[in-house]
Design a binder for this molecule. Structure first.
Ligand code: ADP
Ligand code: MG
Length: 352
């Protein structure tokens, strides 16, 4: 089979959904670019109702459909299972784009990190049967290591496909109950490096809590965003020079930091951390020197966790959270980092 034949077959056999098939359920999210609902399908009353997620997006939804289609073909395991996207014109608000995914599970990484029981609550999701190891740093480190491995695996899939997500944060990482692993969601701000599909409205630029420093520079150089999705043809060579994937690495490094330091999990404490880090010229080592002498128990515990096994976790963290994009480790290289040589949770359900 060549790709043409496969594409042809798919067009015929893939289910097509329409507005009337969809029964709205609970609202899961509401942003300035659309609303997200849990939905089911009305079409087959006899069969088990499908458990899906619908995003009603504004005109920017066109790019999000495009990204999801690409992910579905190239690195399906990285992201929530995308079913279908279409333009919906009958709404009073004008044209919308509707996107459908499989409902992956109840909890995002943000929800799970809010719990006092984190990271043990994740362990019981991944393993179903909880281990009878004593609670403590070592066990927590194994769970965090497993989460990091899953995040980097998913991110490496996207980056190898040529996609940079640009909005990696715990709110955009869903725990897939089916695969018992974390998957990335919300490709609304993503950019495709291969074909140069790169559009983000100004407002997307970007979640400042997780954004790498270089994006602020970019945003001031882009004073006015066009009013409709556009595909800009950017040279892949230019993209390569800028290593835009390292933007996501910075964000995932901040997630690593928040997992290690329970005191940095709230929005306010993360914002405060970002200020401190900026004052240290984005040098984590000097940040550590400035806070460690007067660190409370939460901070001390985080440093202790990262210092296990000769500080290999700290080494990984500092190779992700760096000012200069080109000095940050790539997702693929990070997966081969010695931090991951140690055992995580049994790889039961670990995505292929
Ligand atoms: P937004 O643009 O509003 O941020 P997201 O794509 O991030 O839209 O989705 C909003 C929320 O909906 C997510 O934070 C998550 O709680 C939930 N959600 C999105 N996709 C799925 C999915 N496939 N399975 C389960 N929940 C989902
Ligand atoms: Mg989101």
């Amino acid at each position: 089979f060549d790709m043409f034949v496969l594409g042809f077959l798919e067009r015929f056999f893939r289910p097509i959904y329409k507005k009337d098939d969809i029964v709205l359920g609970k609202k899961l999210g509401e942003g300035s670019f659309g609303s997200v609902y849990r939905v089911s399908l009305a079409r087959k009353p006899s069969s088990k109702p499908a458990d899906l997620v619908l995003k009603k997006a504004t005109e920017y939804g066109a790019v999000e459909i495009w990204m999801n289609e690409r992910v579905r073909r190239a690195c399906a395991n990285s992201c929530a299972d995308f079913l279908y996207g279409f333009r919906e014109t009958s709404s009073k608000k004008g044209a919308e784009y509707w996107l459908l995914w499989r409902f992956e599970g109840e909890a995002t990484l943000a929800d799970l990190m809010q719990s006092r029981d984190f990271p043990y609550n994740v362990e019981s999701l991944i393993l179903r049967e909880v281990q009878d190891l004593p609670k403590g740093l070592d066990r927590e480190n194994r769970i965090i290591l497993t989460i990091m491995r899953q995040l980097l695996f998913a991110l490496d899939g996207l980056h190898s496909t040529g996609i940079v997500h640009r909005d990696i944060k715990p709110q955009n990482i869903i725990f897939s109950e089916g695969s018992r692993a974390f998957k990335i969601i919300d490709l609304g701000a993503a950019a495709d490096l291969r074909v140069g599909i790169n559009y983000i409205p100004k407002e997307f630029l970007l979640d400042p809590r997780y954004a790498a420093p270089e994006q602020y520079i970019m945003s001031t150089q882009t004073p006015s965003a066009p009013s409709a999705p556009v595909a800009t043809a950017l040279s892949p060579v230019l993209w390569q020079l800028n290593l835009p994937d390292r933007f996501d690495i910075y964000s995932v490094g901040l997630i690593f930091l928040q997992m290690a330091f329970s005191g940095l999990r709230s929005d306010n404490s993360l914002i405060q951390f970002n200020r401190q880090l900026k004052r240290c010229d984005y040098d984590l080592v000097s940040w550590r020197q400035s806070v460690e002498p007067r660190a409370g128990p939460d901070l001390r515990k985080g440093f202790e966790l990262l210092d296990l096994d000769g500080g290999i976790g700290w080494e990984l963290l500092t190779s992700m959270v760096r000012f200069k994009a080109r000095q940050r480790i790539s997702a693929k290289t990070a997966l081969a980092h010695p931090y991951f040589d140690r055992e995580g949770l049994p790889a039961l359900s670990f995505i292929q």
